[in-house]
Design a protein around this ligand. Structure first.
Ligand code: SAH
Ligand code: SF4
Length: 377
């Protein structure tokens, strides 16, 4: 009997898959006033209520009507890990069909008296089809795309944690009333390739930026892509003000193809062409991610090539020490060499940052979700 009920429940769709306008239409069609839909939207997206029973501002009748048609939450939290320095929280979720995904919350202290940033790193696919050799997710293969609701719920689950923390700090007198900010930035840098799940990624984005709900501005959101050229073109034409990060990781085709099979489909020249197009269309600079892999892509000669390649493009390079626990057996380049590599880019006038890993102690075995926040503020 219990099994039967569970199965029944799994067939009920999540309301998080609806865009705001769709939700309003549906609620009005069911005979409720439009402001009820607004109330419902706010209580889910602003107050992070993930179960209808928590939404006590709505009548019992209305709630039970909703419950018959929808669920809010479909993610089951299996693991919650906090790093020893409390800067990073990693959650592992089980999806309806048993697939597992990870989401991460990263906290940054600000030196300037302002409250620090909180960045949510979210997944867009279970697994990934692109098979980059240094990436743990890529080595697992592709399982499936996430729905927009599954992408959004990761943000809401992390937001719940972030707001709770802000409230505790408020009680302790460490914050002023207006300083309940929750998550400030979002990076689509978890498991999977966001642009291979284009529609659901964009749908999730639209709900996240809605200013009556989660309300995180486009400029504080970053999508990271392995470099799918047609989708980058499509994204450029949407003229969203989000940040785009390209996983470049090499400055010549031979080196790139060795670790990123996608390079055979979309070689560096094509990728760079579309990056120029993106910058022209959106007027936004592009972020390039460059994971430093010892003896693979970290020589000064390769840095020179990178400098030449990116010369004249409005961009910023993030140099990322490879996660040593990942598959593929790559080693980290040491700090001194990282700085020399960075020095070469500087000579070409290309701004770059060497990323310091966060929550490394809870990334073990993950090889994927880590500090990868770009200088997006
Ligand atoms: N599929 C997208 C987004 C998810 S991966 C992409 O590839 O951009 C997010 C970032 O993590 C990418 O830049 C990816 O190259 C990087 N990454 C993957 N494995 C890594 C590892 N072992 N160490 C450091 N960065 C890694
Ligand atoms: Fe997929 Fe990105 Fe990992 Fe490559 S780095 S396998 S594209 S998730």
């Amino acid at each position: 009997m219990e099994n039967f009920q569970l199965k029944e429940k799994l067939n009920i769709p999540s309301i998080l898959n609806l865009q705001k306008e769709e939700l309003i239409k549906l609620i009005v069609k069911s005979g409720e006033k439009p402001y009820r839909a607004e109330q419902l939207w706010r209580s889910i997206y602003k107050e992070c209520n993930l179960d209808f029973s928590e939404i006590t501002t709505l009548s019992k009748d209305f709630r039970s009507k909703l419950e018959k048609q929808f669920r809010i939450s479909t993610l089951e939290k299996k693991i919650h890990l906090d790093s020893s320095d409390s800067s990073t929280t990693k959650l592992l979720f089980r999806l309806d069909d048993g697939e597992l995904i990870e989401s991460v919350l990263m906290r940054y202290n600000s030196d300037y008296g302002k409250k620090g940033r909180k960045t949510a790193c979210i997944s867009t696919q279970a697994g990934c089809a692109l098979g980059c050799t240094f990436c743990a997710t890529g080595q697992q293969g592709f399982r499936r795309n996430l729905s927009s609701g599954e992408i959004i719920e990761q943000v809401l689950q992390l937001q719940k944690i972030a707001i709770q923390e802000d409230l505790s700090e408020l009680e302790e007198g460490k914050r002023k009333k207006g300083e309940i900010q929750g998550i400030t930035n979002i990076v689509y840098m978890g498991m999977g390739e966001p642009l291979a799940n284009y529609n659901n990624t964009i749908l999730s984005l639209r709900s996240i930026i809605d200013n009556t709900g989660i309300n995180i501005g486009s400029r504080h959101i970053t999508i990271s892509t392995v470099g799918l050229v047609p989708q980058i073109k499509k994204l450029a034409d949407e003229k969203l003000q989000i940040n785009l990060a390209i996983s470049l990781h090499a400055s010549d085709n031979k080196t790139r193809s060795e670790t990123m099979p996608v390079n055979k489909r979309f070689p560096i020249e094509e990728l760079l062409d579309i990056c120029h197009y993106y910058v022209e269309k959106t007027n936004r600079r592009i972020f390039f991610e460059y994971v430093l892999l010892k003896n693979q892509n970290d020589s000064l000669e390769k840095a020179e090539k990178l400098g030449k390649l990116l010369n004249g493009l409005h961009c910023h390079v993030n140099l990322i020490p490879v996660n040593p626990t990942s598959n593929g057996g790559y080693l980290r380049t040491d700090d001194q060499e990282n700085r020399l590599f960075q020095g070469v880019l500087k000579r070409f006038g290309i701004p770059s940052t060497i990323r310091v890993e966060k929550g490394i102690d809870i990334n073990a075995g993950c090889g994927q979700l880590r500090e990868r926040t770009l200088s997006t503020n």
